[in-house]
Write a protein that binds this ligand. Structure first.
Ligand code: DX5
Ligand code: ZN
Length: 216
């Protein structure tokens, strides 16, 4: 069963708790939290304080996507704030294995993210150690961008490597996912679909989530 992870980046931050409860009631599986530092990506969003304040608002896993430089410096804070999954960018981690172990040391699931231009082969040695592989289908930094379909073969390759090696990680895709593109992702092998604008820009979030689920 494909999981849906609404990205709160597209929500109304003035009523974040209500927005999260709304998508939880509408059938979301994870809450996707986009953390941007203005260095790794050209935008600034939220930090551990917000993760801590939304933690009691939902029972869903908080899927925290760190688009930041030097993530090792902040992992403990994000873990203690209540993250269930922390994903770090391969492009931001010169010592990726160490970073993944650091995340796990706090009892949090660890994931690795690839930008659209980064090949899956770059993380082949770590695939047996991660709980989740997040493949960006836009260049990270902003919501509402168009889906980059040249990433689809990478999703297939990730699924193939998982099959061949009997790995257990989930494959998540993020960026430009909507009722037109969701099926391409699941057919290629994605298990978790992040969607920001396709869910939060609709007044009826249940209809929005159902339309994505029905399209796959
Ligand atoms: C992009 C973020 C995404 C973003 C997706 O940098 O990582 O999670 O919120 O937004 P949509 O679904 O609107 O492309
Ligand atoms: Zn994201």
């Amino acid at each position: 069963m494909t999981k849906i992870a609404p990205s709160i980046l597209a929500s109304d931050f003035s009523k974040l708790g209500e927005e999260i409860k709304d998508v939880e009631a509408a059938g979301a599986d994870y809450i996707h939290v986009d953390v941007m530092d203005g260095h790794f990506v050209p935008n600034i969003t939220i930090g551990p304080l917000i993760v801590e304040s939304i933690r009691p608002k939902t029972e869903l896993p908080l899927d925290v996507h760190l688009m930041i430089e030097h993530p090792d410096q902040y992992i403990e804070q994000f873990a203690k704030a209540g993250s269930d999954i922390i994903t770090v960018h391969q492009e931001a981690c010169p010592h990726l294995h160490r970073t993944i172990q650091l995340i796990k040391s706090f009892g949090v699931k660890a994931g690795v993210v690839l930008n659209p231009a980064t090949p899956i082969e770059s993380i082949a040695p770590i695939l047996g150690d991660v709980d989740l592989v997040l493949l960006m289908t836009v260049n990270p930094g902003f919501g509402g961008q168009s889906f980059i379909d040249s990433v689809l073969p990478k999703i297939e390759k990730a699924a193939q490597l998982r099959r061949e090696n009997k790995y257990n990680f989930e494959i998540e895709v993020d960026g430009g996912v909507n009722k037109e593109t969701a099926r391409l992702c699941t057919q290629a092998g994605a298990d978790v679909l992040v969607a920001g604008s396709a869910i939060f820009n609709e007044t009826n979030r249940k209809t929005a989530i159902d339309q994505i689920k029905d399209s796959i």
